[in-house]
Write a protein that binds this ligand. Sequence first.
Ligand code: TXA
Ligand code: MG
Length: 469
Amino acid sequence: MAKPAVFLDRDGTLIEDRGHLDDPSQVAFYPGTFEALRRLGGQFVLFIVTNQNGIAKGITTPGGVRRVNDFVVRRLAGEGIEIREVYCCPHQRSDGCECIKPNPYFPRQAERDHGIDLARSFVVGDHPPDVELAANVGARGIFVLSGHGEKHRDELGVPCEIAAGISEAVDRIAVARAVDVLEAGGLVAFPTETVYGLGADAANAAAVKRVFAVKGRPEVHPLIVHLGDASQLAAWAAGVPDSARRLAERFWPGPLTLILKKSPKVHAGVTGGQETVGLRVPSHPLALSMLRVFGRGVAAPSANRFGKVSPTAAAHVRADLGGDVDFILDGGPCEVGVESTIVDLSGAEPAILRPGGVTREAIEEALERKVEVREKGLVRAPGQLDSHYAPRAEVIVVKPGEAEARAAELKRKGLKVEILERPEAPTLYAWLREADARGVDAVVVVAPSEEGLGLAVADRLRKAAGPRK
Ligand code: TXA
Ligand code: MG
């Protein structure tokens, strides 16, 4: 299948525009360039398209320009970023060449030589001809205000997106790609402030079915529908009680899921046949952009295989689901690190079905009443044991002061043991994954006190320590 590409301008986009560069010593990458391009990680074919008219003008030499280009490519390769090819036009506009931007010459060459799907590709640059090039090949243009961008901003003659610099341009590219994939019925792993989600268009039954298949999750287990804005609540719920409005107002966007009676439009594949639906507006900026551009609901469980530790970084998703997901929207590590708090407002009394990123204390304050933690309301697949959120290593929860003795006892049995003292939410899951990677057999944990986020952490540790199948 033809692949999407990103055609990157060089000077003023990736590296500082310091005039006509003739030597690698003059190269200065913009801060954040490596980190940004890495987030496109293998999901786009990357090209550099650069106009070096200094050659035609006799200011630079072909050899000097080549050395600079080679250096840029090597430097990026050293950062784990592959540039498939550098396309360089050595002419000036008065030469009337075919290859100068915005002529479609180089993208067409990429299409032929590398099987690029130009309609799903992007061109990024700080001059109007960069985004005109995009328009000329049916790709999308992103104009950056770095380099000469600010100066030429008023001269833009074609529709394009505007970004401050390469990092923001990459955000736009990734979000646009995620939306394309959702619209086509594909699966997108996306960052939220809690954990990464494995998303599908909630209105597309076949796409939702695939989420269950990829996750290995029983189909009676309902998914949370993620929305871009609280104003969409009314379209998904059969009625919005005052308590729901209050919590939405106070905590959205944020790590809170509301269980409400479902509106007729919510299909059974999402709710596992329940009459209720889980709804949430996440606060991660990329999740919000994706949901707002998409404009519809995205059904998503956490992006891990069923029963495993939830992913809090794009690398975790890649390790768990790899090629089974169509696009990974990399938004860096998750800030909260445990799943959303689930509050059931579908019955007579509100109840917390799963402690999470919004504390029980904060919910009680907002509702001005006590709220029970009642996990029985959580819909679990038949036969599903308490073990959830479990790493490969055995997890043993002990009281403060007992960890050393317990660890010593296990070590005497020849096990590789590590102690985890009062872990905190943002790093808990990543730590458990790393323990597995270190080949740890057993983790002896002292749980934190059950206040604030500690309640959610203690809950996940109990489940990780629970009986396994
Ligand atoms: O933070 C989170 O909530 C993350 C991110 C991706 O948003 N999502 C997440 O989804 O943790 P998942 O599918 O791994 O867990 C959702 C939980 C499940 O235990 C499910 O049974 C429960 O929410 N749930 C969903 N809809 C429900 C409903 N209508 N009634 C009761 N429980 C429901
Ligand atoms: Mg430029």
